[in-house]
Write a protein that binds this ligand. Structure first.
Ligand code: DOR
Ligand code: ZN
Ligand code: ZN
Length: 438
């Protein structure tokens, strides 16, 4: 007896399409084929629809428990699920900063109690914490080690000698916010007391490319997997393309760098680190994405409130919400002919699962977890505030025409969201950790 059979859907992967039934038992895919024998507690027709693995967003900042207006694991995970993201990895620069085993376990417990999607939790690199990181990420349950090379929102920043220690003494996947603190500091002096024309002027491409060059040098000296977060400039792409295939460096792009540029009329709502860039950079990112140089999409979901974004430039925190609309934006890109559906599945599910070693995620196969998204290709619709589930209630894409949210989103075989509405609040995701060995 199956718990669930999803019938007649068109299953999509980077390898192609196939119409089949999917049988689920105990949260796992146990059958894929033309007609499963035996009964099912629930049957869902996916006729005329696509079925894809739930999206994995390995870059969210779910923020501070206890702040009444700010995102937390309840609201953040629901907004993710409604938009087809069934696994998130949370960054360490929120509260509590996960730079100790205790803080890491505290955050995992919060997520276990509240999250409707699966969750990985990054360990934050910090001075004097190399041994903790080794235990928690090389050997333990953390999804990777996150390094801030330049100061951004939150308390974490790693200086170069500390970064070298991490390269020398740890081996886990290292996710890097690559902006060079030296370049940023020089800019702070330059802009002291003044508001730059755009945020990009105060955090120029030079900061990003200097940091990326340093990472290339360190990775060559001490090879280990490095994932460059939110690549935003043509200059970074050029440096990273040159070592493609030689060094184990993968690239993440964020939707806001793909959809917005530094002239977008967003004011502080468009303030994010690394900044929105000139149009030429945005176009270079799309070219890199089509060409295969970009490996994954991560939203960098940084849900600051309207009240915070209405402050002065200097007082307004960097970051914007994003996890909820990755699916809708990528589907819009498909609709506009910029990219194929198979590539979307690769970027948003298969590649992150493979890179992070989430063996049961990112594919529709017997033995994989039943994190599934069912959708139809539809006309694009104008994004309005009433469709936003994130507690912050705004999006940089408000007013833009993007795809509707998916029709059905399953986490571990349970239907959590239907057409953008949470239908089962009691579902809880599970911890995802890299599988080692074998
Ligand atoms: O804009 C950003 N916001 N960039 C980061 O690196 C951090 C993030 C946040 O945590 O708000
Ligand atoms: Zn970052
Ligand atoms: Zn981030």
């Amino acid at each position: 007896m199956y718990d669930l059979i999803i019938e007649d859907g068109t299953i999509l992967s980077s390898a192609g399409r196939r119409v089949a039934d999917i049988g689920v038992e105990g949260g796992e895919i146990v059958y894929i084929g033309s007609r499963p024998g035996g009964g099912a507690r629930e049957r869902v027709s996916a006729i005329g629809r696509f079925v894809v693995p739930g999206f994995i967003d390995a870059h969210v900042h779910f923020r501070d428990p206890g702040h009444p207006a700010k995102e937390d694991w309840s609201s953040g995970s629901r907004s993710a699920a409604s938009g087809g993201v069934t696994t998130v990895c949370d960054m360490p620069n929120t509260s509590p900063p996960t730079i100790t085993a205790e803080a890491w376990h505290e955050k995992a417990a919060i997520a276990a109690a509240r999250s409707v999607v699966n969750y990985g939790i990054w360990f934050g690199a910090a001075s004097g914490r190399v041994e903790d990181a080794r235990r928690m990420a090389d050997e333990g349950p953390a999804c990777g080690i996150k390094v801030f090379m330049g100061a951004s929102t939150g308390p974490l920043l790693v200086d170069d000698p500390t970064l070298v220690q991490f390269f020398e003494r740890t081996t886990a996947l290292m996710g890097v916010h690559a902006e060079d603190e030296g370049v940023l500091q020089a800019q702070r002096v330059l802009w002291e007391g003044r508001t730059p024309p755009t945020h990009h002027d105060s955090r120029p491409a030079e900061a990003a490319v200097t940091a990326v060059r340093r990472l290339v040098t360190l990775t060559r000296e001490h090879p280990r997997p490095v994932h460059v977060c939110h690549v935003s400039t043509e200059a970074e792409l050029a440096v990273l393309e040159a070592v493609r295939g030689e060094l184990p460096i993968s690239l993440e792009a964020s939707p806001h760098h793909l959809w917005l540029n530094h002239e977008s009329p967003l004011g502080n709502y468009g303030k994010v680190n690394p900044p929105l860039r000139p149009e030429a950079d945005r176009r270079a990112l799309w070219a890199a994405l089509r060409q295969g140089l970009i490996d994954t999409i991560g939203s960098d979901h940084a849900p600051h409130t309207r009240e915070e974004k209405e402050r002065s430039y200097a007082e307004s925190p960097s970051g914007m919400p994003g996890v909820e609309f990755i699916f809708s934006l990528m589907l819009a890109a498909v609709r506009q002919g910029r990219i194929g559906l198979e590539r979307v599945v690769q970027l948003c599910a298969e590649a992150p699962a493979a890179r992070f070693g989430f063996a049961r995620k990112g594919r529709i196969a017997v033995g994989a977890d039943a994190d599934l998204v069912v959708f139809r290709e539809n006309d694009l619709v104008r994004l309005t505030a009433d469709r936003i589930l994130s507690r912050v209630g705004w999006s940089p894409y408000l007013g833009q025409n993007i795809a509707a949210k998916p029709e059905m989103v399953f986490v571990g075989g349970s239907l959590v969201a239907r057409s953008g509405v949470i239908v089962d609040d009691a579902v809880r995701g599970s911890l995802v950790s890299p599988s080692r060995g074998a």
